[in-house]
Design a protein. Structure first.
Length: 435
């Protein structure tokens, strides 16, 4: 976790003290279930809670023990015994380290998902607000980076809203998939611990029992979780790149808010750079970088190995912290985005009416011209305009072959900008509902 790109709410989920607190809760809840089953004394389970529930675990002490034992869970249990006393011998009965580690990881991932869902809600709220604001603001649509046909800036924002709505649904599904608990003992057979302990711990920790574990919770669940984060990161970058393009000097249809006292360049005082969007591109790359190791972690030897462990110690905190920061930054960028409708109109007019070429093409076919002939007529009038040699509308009116099919009034009718926006309301209802 890099402090520069870390928010405290998400960071706290991955702090050692939080992790040890979750480990303790897993062990203590398991002790409660074991006590109810008569496996350990009920007084021992009560003592575990009483002595350690409000304890602040000594991270340095645990690290000290681990340097000797070379085992993190044993180090924790040793420190827990220092706090609890003799009754600690009843802790971890029939359990294995993965029961604690995997269940804890899934608790952390579900908590992280809850924060990310809240972040997505902020992005969605900002997108909806700005989309409604610019619902009918005309701008040029581009394909291959080249002017195509008119759209509205509101449609661009609505597209992003729909994309992040899908992201939210995917994250809900990924959260559900990873929210499982395994307290099944060595190689997952429950030989040394009753399955009812797992059920009790799962309920207490807000999870569901893993139907079948092989000492570890299957990593296809985690692969789906981190893949979902990667897809969300790609959506973040898609929108960020759109802003970067729109802020280019030659375009300048929108730009990031530039605060009082902000400086864009150490060398050139005039610069206003899309630094937030560029930052989002970089952060998105890092979130996606963890998708491949998550997929590779699915492949473990037999019932268990720990080839996944080192990767997860990095990818769990880093991917969630980074995406959390990126989503909050994106929401703020959208909310404060400076939009320039006059420049959008200027760019719309830049090609001298060529953006209406398809309407002219279709009008000619409706009047009897073959599609091939209509295309040739439109293109031969469009190319001089492309080179800056005239106005598309006027050239069409002067073309005798075009006039065989269309009157001046009919040609002019094809240049109505509003025609392109007649279904904007329909699209908005599909995206945002009747509201």
């Amino acid at each position: 976790m890099i402090p520069r790109y870390t928010r405290p709410e998400m960071a706290s989920i991955w702090e050692p003290q939080t992790r040890f607190k979750i480990w303790f809760e897993i062990e203590a809840h398991a002790a409660d279930a074991l006590a109810e089953l008569g496996t350990i004394p009920k007084e021992a389970a009560r003592t575990v809670w009483a002595k350690a529930k409000d304890a602040t675990f000594d991270v340095a002490r645990i690290d000290e023990i681990e340097r000797e034992t070379k085992h993190d869970v044993i180090a924790f249990l040793t420190h827990l015994a220092e706090i609890v006393g003799p009754e600690a011998r009843f802790v971890h009965q029939g359990m294995t380290s993965s029961d604690v580690l995997d269940t804890c990881l899934n608790v952390q991932l579900t908590r992280a998902a809850d924060l990310l869902l809240a972040d997505l809600d902020k992005v969605l709220a900002a997108l909806k607000k700005r989309a409604l604001e610019h619902k009918m603001t005309p701008t040029i649509g581009r394909s291959h980076g080249i002017h195509a046909e008119p759209v509205t800036f509101g449609l661009k924002l609505a597209y992003a809203y729909a994309e992040f709505s899908r992201a939210r649904e995917r994250l809900i599904a990924a959260r559900k998939e990873v929210a499982t608990c395994a307290i099944s003992g060595a190689v997952g057979t429950f030989a040394q611990i009753d399955p009812r302990v797992e059920q009790h711990v799962a309920k207490a920790m807000g999870l569901v029992p893993e139907p079948i574990s092989t000492q570890v919770i299957p990593r296809d669940r985690h692969a789906m979780y981190f893949s979902t984060l990667g897809v969300i990161a790609s959506s973040v970058e898609r929108f960020a790149v759109e802003i970067r393009h729109m802020q280019r000097t030659e375009v300048l249809e929108a730009e990031e808010f530039f605060s009082e006292g902000q400086k864009g360049s150490s060398a050139m005082p005039h610069k206003r750079n899309p630094v937030l969007s560029e930052n989002l591109t970089g952060l998105s790359r890092m979130v996606r970088a963890y998708v491949t190791p998550a997929l590779e972690n699915v492949v473990l030897w037999h019932e268990r190995d720990i080839s996944h462990s080192s990767a997860e110690r990095m990818m769990g905190p880093d991917a969630t912290v980074t995406l959390d920061f990126a989503l909050v930054r994106l929401a703020g960028l959208i909310d404060k985005l400076l939009v320039y409708p006059a420049n959008m109109q200027k760019n719309l007019d830049r090609l001298g009416g060529l953006v209406h070429s398809q309407r002219v093409l279709l009008a000619l076919t409706q009047k009897g011209a073959s599609r091939e002939d209509a295309y040739k007529l439109v293109q031969r009038n469009a190319m001089p305009v492309w080179r800056g040699e005239g106005d598309f509308l006027q050239l069409l009116k002067k073309d005798a072959e075009v006039k065989k099919y269309l009157t001046d009034a009919e040609i002019e009718e094809q240049f109505d900008l509003g025609y392109h926006f007649k279904h904007v309301d329909t699209i908005f209802k599909r995206v945002f509902g009747e509201s």
